[in-house]
Design a protein around this ligand. Structure first.
Ligand SMILES: [Zn+2]
Length: 332
């Protein structure tokens, strides 16, 4: 794992996240799983954007240091990567709205650093680490979002409601107001887990992780790809049946920590990237404006997934920044 992140942490033009991530027992990714999702309506759009982004290629490369370097050096690199993505996101989006690139860049960098702190917390082993880390990450992502919109840094907080497929927007302008939104993609994946055959919801672990955690029992997690031990999709975590694999899988806690980092990465894409795009589209008509008050659509989660596949291919997907980050923070 350390070798993987030390070798090279590349931040692509698509950023640091994707809607689907999976854990593999070996250092090399052996297979790729493409689950179906309620977000299929955006796939065509997502793939188009992904091809454009992939054609441009990675434009930032961060090398955390020599492979045998101390672990703190890699932590600094991951922190810098998160800060850079927050900075570029907020700088570019604020500039597009006629604001200041510099203001967005600086405040976005701080938000990205807070997001890194959330991921570190989510990868710890204590009970509730995932929920705590997810909320810390959400504060950082909210800072990036506010900077993107040219709003005061803490004017709005976009907080996941524990493992529920919902997000609460807390506004601190003119008093305190709370608006709950249904996370459509997360609701779809939660429903898929609840309705899926021989998938058990681990309620205690779901509250601890701050995201639904399902475990397969006596069946392959992905029927067509038996090397997939776990994956995170739509802010739900799916774990394979450890008894089915020929090689003993890593400890469950490590696998969970890894997937929790992916959940936080998906939160970033939803609030910092997908929301502004969806709002720009939905605010053009009345029904759209009403809809965006109550639901949130994760259109760009698909783009990041597609970019990771197009940029690295199936057999080198473990080099994608989101995977490197999850492996590093989870301890492998
Ligand atoms: Zn992963």
């Amino acid at each position: 794992m350390v070798a993987a992140i030390s070798a090279r942490l590349t931040v692509s033009s698509a950023g640091c996240d994707r809607a689907l991530a999976h854990w593999c027992g070996s250092s090399r990714l052996e297979g790729v799983h493409h689950p179906r999702s309620p977000g299929l309506i955006v796939v065509a759009f997502a793939l188009t954007l992904a091809r454009v982004a992939a054609a441009q290629g990675p434009f930032i490369t961060i090398t955390p240091g020599p492979p045998e370097g101390p672990r703190w050096v890699d932590h600094v690199s991951v922190l810098a990567g998160n800060a850079t993505i927050g900075a570029l996101t907020a700088g570019v989006l604020q500039k597009l709205k006629g604001g200041s690139f510099k203001d967005g860049f600086v405040r976005g960098a701080v938000g990205g650093a807070v997001s890194y702190a959330g991921k570190r917390a989510a990868a710890q082993d204590f009970w509730g680490a995932g929920l705590l880390g997810r909320e810390i990450n959400a504060v950082g992502v909210s800072m990036v979002r506010n900077a993107s919109d040219g709003e005061p840094t803490f004017s709005r907080l976009y907080l996941p409601v524990g493992p529920l497929p919902a997000r609460a927007t807390v506004r601190f302008t003119r008093g305190v107001a709370v608006q709950a939104q249904l996370d459509v993609a997360a609701a779809g994946w939660l429903a898929a887990g609840l309705l899926g055959s021989r998938l058990n919801l681990d309620v205690a672990e779901s509250f601890s992780s701050g995201a639904p955690v399902f475990e397969a029992a006596g069946r392959w997690l992905v029927e067509s790809e038996h090397s997939v031990l776990a994956y995170a999709a739509g802010r739900s975590v799916f774990l394979g049946d450890p008894g089915l694999y020929r090689r003993a899988p890593p400890p469950r806690a490590r696998v969970l920590a890894h997937e929790r980092v992916h959940v936080l990465q998906q939160d970033f894409v939803l609030t910092a990237w997908s929301d502004p795009l969806a709002l720009a589209a939905l605010n053009r008509f009345g029904a759209g404006r009403r809809m965006q008050r109550y639901v949130t659509l994760d259109a760009l989660g698909w783009v990041v997934t597609a970019v990771s596949h197009l940029t690295y291919g199936s057999d080198r997907l473990d080099r994608f920044p989101t995977e490197s980050e999850a492996r590093f923070l989870a301890g492998r």
